[in-house]
Design a protein. Structure first.
Length: 239
């Protein structure tokens, strides 16, 4: 149970159709800390598409009115969206495979979309008490940890996401001192995103286990941790 958050609030999972997002939604729905849990995705009602800012704004208005109707402050927002490969586009092994259209798509989904989520959802947090916005980044977005190279667009878009999280956290702190904005690495998790790259020997966890670990990390964070980049075991990752 997320007992560090004031009880009776509203939790939101964006990307609730994804492997990790669905597991987070399921665990939050059985967490007594929350009065209600909303899952948003491209197929939810209302739909939320990261490539369509109007849909993000409409989803935030929907959450605002539901929170007001039932007198539930928004306490937790987890962004579990993201893209590593799509439409036949695979992560680059060499600079020779760099393609501006595919790069722009990675940035649109992994960095710009989550930034728009911050724009429309961070203002929903109450002025008082702990509240958390967490976005799923990736350890491969760490520049300090990059020893293997490759995956240019995914790495760079997640590095950009990390910078956006850190920047938004500074602004958030001025408005809501107890609210957090953080980036999380979920581990290597068995989902559609990771399946094409699964190798034996990698420490792969189930979405259920990853979700359990991520919620435990959020439970242990406090306002001083806002703006940070955390591994699924709670340790701090290098930028
Ligand atoms: N799996 C891993 O090993 C791993 C490792 C490190 C980091 N991560 C990160 O963890 C996050 C979740 O990954 P996952 O493994 O759960 O992937 P997944 O199963 O492929 O889920 C991706 C989610 O992103 C959503 N999405 C994609 N494009 C979208 C758009 N334009 N608008 C709204 N939603 C969109 C998908 O929605 P639809 O259902 O509508 O397509 C889906 O809900 C990602 O940020 C990923 O980079 C995962």
């Amino acid at each position: 149970m997320l007992s560090s958050l004031p009880p009776g609030g509203l939790a939101i999972v964006i990307g609730a159709t994804g492997g990790i997002g669905a597991a987070l939604l399921q665990q939050l729905q059985s967490d007594a800390a929350f009065a209600d849990v909303i899952g948003l995705s491209r197929t939810s009602e209302p739909p939320l598409d990261l490539l369509d800012e109007a849909s993000i704004a409409a989803a935030a208005r929907y959450v605002t009115s539901r929170a007001a109707d039932q007198n539930m402050p928004v306490r937790l927002i987890i962004d579990a969206t993201g893209s590593l490969h799509s439409n036949g586009h695979q992560p680059e092994k060499s600079w020779q495979q760099l393609d501006p259209v595919n790069m722009a798509q990675s940035f649109a989904i992994n960095a710009i979309g989550p930034a728009l989520l911050m724009k429309h959802f961070l203002p929903l947090f109450p002025r008082q008490g702990k509240a958390v916005f967490a976005t799923l980044s990736a350890k491969v977005g760490s520049i300090g940890d990059n020893r293997l190279g490759g995956w240019y667009s995914y790495r760079a878009s997640k590095a950009a996401l990390n910078q956006l999280v850190h920047t938004a956290a500074i602004e958030l702190r001025r408005r809501q001192p107890l609210a957090l904005c953080v980036a999380l690495h979920p581990g290597t998790v068995h989902t559609a995103l990771s399946a094409p790259f699964a190798k034996t020997g990698l420490d792969v966890v189930t979405p259920t286990e990853s979700a359990r670990r991520l919620l435990a990390v959020l439970e242990g964070l406090n306002a001083d941790d806002s703006g940070g980049f955390f591994n699924h075991d709670g340790s701090v990752l290098p930028w």
